[in-house]
Design a protein around this ligand. Structure first.
Ligand SMILES: [Mg+2]
Length: 433
C-alpha cells in the first residue's frame, strides 16, 4: 500500500495514503509477475501510441457514491429523499459527505457546516458512525477479493482492483466492474461507480465520469484523446490551488499540459511535475499494491486554506494523527517504528522529518507527542497546505540513527505540549470521504 501521494481533484481535504520514501514502489517499479511483466504479451503493439507505456493491464477503480450519507439513508428509510449530510456540528465543523439531494443545494464535502446550513436550511446533519462504515468497508473488501487479490483501498470507500488476471476468468474488466456494482447494490443496498482503464490514474478519473451509479471505460486507444480534453482540475494530484497555478501558466487541460517540458513542470511543481508530465502522456505504471505488502501506513490532508498559525497546524496535526491511528488499528499486524511527518508549503516546497523508537508506534500519545516535535522543526514563516503522517518500519541501523535525532528534537519540543485540542474539537472539523 502506501501509494497515493496526491491531493484529490474534487475534495482537497480527502485523506490519502502517503508514499513511502525513498523507495516508493509506486514511482519506480513496474509489475514483475507473470504476464504483467514489462514488455510481455502480444498486446505490446498497443504501447506505441502511448510512448512505450504498457496498456494491457486491466485496472478497475470502484468508488462508493456519497458513501457515509448513503449508508445513513440505507439504514434509516425516513432519511431517503432528504438532503442529508454527515459531518461535524461545531463552529469548525466540516461536511464529510453530502447526499445527492443535499448536493443540489451546493452542499459538498469539505464545506464548512455553517455555510452548508445557510445554503440548505432543511439539511439533516448526522454524526458519523465510523464503526458501521468500517463494517461496510470490510464487506466490500471481501467482495472484491472474490475477483482478485490485488486490491488496494485508497480510503474507506474507494479501491483499485487489478483484474488483469482474475479469479473469475472473465476477460473484460468492464464486465467484472458491472458485476461488482450489481452485487454491491443487491448485497449491500448501496451504489458504486466504477472506472476501468489500463492504469490507476485513468481508472480513477473514469469512475468520476458517470457518477453516481455509473460505469465508464477509458480504452488505451482513446486515452490520449481523453487526456487532451480533460480539464486540468480533474487530473489526479491537481487540487484547487494547483489548478489555479496551472491556469496561471496557461494550462487549462491535458493538451496544454502536454506542451510543457519536464524541466518546466518540475520548476513549477517540484517532484509532482514529473507525475504531471507522465499523466499528460497517459503514463502511470504504478502497480496496485495490497495492504499485505505495506511498507508504511499513512495519511495526509490538504487544507482548503493554508495554515498560518501554530495552533491551526497543531489542530490539523491532531486530526491527521487520529486518522493514522484508525488505519493502524485496521492493520494490527503492522509494526512501524519510524514516524514520518510530511509538510507541504504554500510555495509547493515540501519537507519530511522522521523519528524512530524501539517499540512500534501504536498509541495516540506516542504519535502525537513525536509528531508535534517534528512539526516544531518545520518552517513557520510559510503557510502550510498539507500535513501528512506515516509510520514505517526501517532497518535497525536506521532506527539507531533516528533515535539520536530524536533526543535533540525532544529538547526543542519542550513547552509546546499543552495546546492539544480536545478530541471533541478535532472531530467537529472532521473531513473525510
Ligand atoms: Mg466515494
Amino acid at each position: 500500500m502506501s501509494v497515493e501521494a496526491s491531493e484529490r481533484p474534487t475534495s482537497a481535504a480527502k485523506i490519502q495514503l502517503i508514499p513511502h520514501t525513498p523507495n516508493n514502489p509506486a514511482r519506480k517499479s513496474m509489475p514483475t509477475r507473470g504476464e504483467n511483466a514489462p514488455g510481455a504479451g502480444l498486446e505490446a503493439a498497443k504501447c506505441l501510441p502511448l510512448h512505450g507505456m504498457d496498456t494491457y493491464r486491466k485496472i478497475i477503480h470502484i468508488d462508493m457514491d456519497a458513501f457515509f450519507a448513503a449508508v445513513e439513508q440505507r439504514d434509516n428509510p425516513a432519511l431517503r429523499g432528504l438532503p442529508v449530510a454527515v459531518g461535524g456540528n461545531g463552529p469548525r465543523g466540516v461536511i464529510s459527505t453530502a447526499s445527492y439531494e443535499a448536493r443540489r443545494f451546493g452542499v459538498h464535502s469539505a464545506l464548512a457546516t455553517a455555510i452548508a446550513r445557510r445554503r440548505c436550511p432543511q439539511l439533516v446533519l448526522l454524526q458519523p458512525r465510523f464503526d458501521v462504515y468500517k463494517g461496510v468497508n470490510a464487506q466490500l473488501a471481501e467482495l472484491f477479493h472474490e475477483y482478485t487479490d490485488l486490491v488496494e483501498f485508497l480510503s474507506i470507500d474507494e479501491a483499485f482492483l487489478d483484474v488483469t488476471e482474475n479469479k473469475v476468468g472473465v476477460e473484460l474488466a468492464s464486465d467484472i466492474a458491472q458485476d461488482i456494482r450489481q452485487r454491491i447494490r443487491e448485497e449491500l443496498q448501496l451504489t458504486a461507480s466504477a472506472g476501468v482503464s489500463y492504469c490507476k490514474f485513468l481508472a480513477k478519473i473514469a469512475s468520476e465520469q458517470r457518477k453516481p451509479d455509473g460505469l465508464y471505460t477509458i480504452h488505451p486507444d482513446r486515452a490520449e484523446h481523453f487526456i487532451a480534453r480533460l480539464p486540468i482540475d480533474k487530473f489526479w494530484g491537481v487540487g484547487p490551488k494547483t489548478a489555479e497555478r496551472m491556469r496561471y501558466i496557461g494550462v487549462f487541460n491535458g493538451g496544454d499540459l502536454r506542451k510543457l517540458t519536464l524541466p518546466q513542470l518540475t520548476s513549477h511543481f517540484g517532484k509532482q511535475g514529473r507525475m504531471f508530465y507522465e499523466f499528460a502522456r497517459g503514463i502511470d505504471p504504478r502497480p496496485v499494491v495490497t495492504e499485505h505488502e505495506a511498507k508504511s501506513i499513512g495519511c495526509e490532508r490538504t487544507f482548503e486554506k493554508d495554515l498560518r498559525t501554530e495552533m491551526g497546524a497543531i489542530v490539523e496535526l491532531y486530526h491527521v494523527t487520529l486518522e493514522l491511528l484508525e488505519r493502524l488499528q485496521r492493520h494490527k499486524e503492522f509494526q512501524g517504528r519510524t514516524l514520518t511527518l510530511k509538510v507541504k508549503y504554500e510555495d509547493f516546497s515540501q519537507i519530511t522529518r522522521s523519528v524512530s523508537q524501539d517499540k512500534p508506534f501504536s498509541t495516540k500519545e506516542q504519535i502525537l507527542t513525536k509528531a508535534k516535535a517534528l512539526l516544531s522543526k518545520a518552517d513557520r514563516t510559510k503557510g502550510i497546505r498539507l500535513i501528512g503522517l506515516s509510520v514505517s518500519n526501517p532497518a535497525p541501523a536506521e532506527t539507531e540513527n533516528h533515535d539520536r535525532q530524536w533526543v535533540q528534537l525532544s529538547f526543542d519540543f519542550t513547552g509546546q505540549g499543552t495546546d492539544t485540542p480536545s478530541p471533541k474539537k478535532a472531530r467537529s472539523s472532521l473531513r473525510k470521504n
